[in-house]
Each structure stands twice: as structure tokens, then as C-alpha cells.
Design a protein around this ligand. Structure first.
Ligand code: AMP
Length: 109
């Protein structure tokens, strides 16, 4: 999938952060002034495929959200995971959207 190619640096992305387990880069089609994606380097298609053994990765992804937003001085933001096509998932490699820089409605569309 396309995110695996970004992990492998086969296609370009504006990479914000990288460590052993995770990668953060700008969304190519931003839906807010700040729109980044946090992904695991492990190939997990979607949240509902995760197992107990993925708990370290899952908690790490949330910690990365905190590290990145702190670093960028972003205090108010929304984190979204679309799980499955009916929920809006288009890329089947687990990812957390970080959206910020504008007001967000609730409930989401
Ligand atoms: P989702 O609809 O939740 O699966 O989100 C997939 C996201 O990936 C969308 O917001 C796309 O704009 C974004 N996206 C797709 N291809 C790329 C790419 N090559 N680089 C960065 N973001 C991408």
C-alpha cells in the first residue's frame, strides 16, 4: 500500500517525525490547516485487525500524537481513526489523523 511505500522512502512525503515504531507525515489532501497522519511501521491494515500483541504499538501511536503536538505548540486538536470503508477508510494501513488549526463540528460528518 501507499503508506508502506512512504515508510520505505519509495515515494516522497513531508515527514514530521520518525522513530523505531512510527512515522508522522503531512496528509497530501489536508482537511484543516494542520493535518498529519501517524502510522505504525508495522503493516496493520486497520484498528480492528489489532491484537493484544500490538498494544505497545497502539499506545505508542497516541504518545507520538502527544509528542508531536507538544513540539508544534498545538494544544487543541482532533484525532481520528477511520476503520473500514463505511467509516471513510481509504488507505488500508492503520493511521491516526491529527487535525488542528480550525474549529471542528460535532457530530462529525
Ligand atoms: P483515510 O480516508 O482515513 O483512509 O485516510 C487516508 C488519508 O491518506 C487521506 O486523508 C489522504 O489524503 C491521505 N493520503 C493518501 N495518499 C497520501 C500520500 N501519498 N501522502 C500523504 N497522505 C496521503
Amino acid at each position: 500500500n501507499i503508506f508502506q511505500k512512504i515508510i520505505n522512502k519509495e515515494i516522497p512525503a513531508n515527514i514530521i517525525y520518525e522513530d523505531k515504531l512510527a512515522l508522522v507525515f503531512d496528509d497530501i489532501s489536508p482537511q484543516a490547516p494542520v493535518h498529519m497522519l501517524v502510522i505504525p511501521k508495522k503493516n496493520i491494515s486497520k484498528l480492528s485487525d489489532c491484537e493484544k500483541k500490538d498494544s505497545e504499538i497502539l499506545s505508542h501511536l497516541l504518545l507520538v500524537v502527544k509528542i508531536i503536538t507538544d513540539k508544534l505548540g498545538i494544544s487543541d486538536y482532533r484525532v481520528v481513526i477511520n476503520n473500514g470503508s463505511e467509516a471513510g477508510q481509504t488507505v488500508f494501513h492503520l493511521h491516526l489523523h491529527i487535525l488542528a488549526g480550525r474549529n471542528f463540528g460535532w457530530p462529525p460528518g
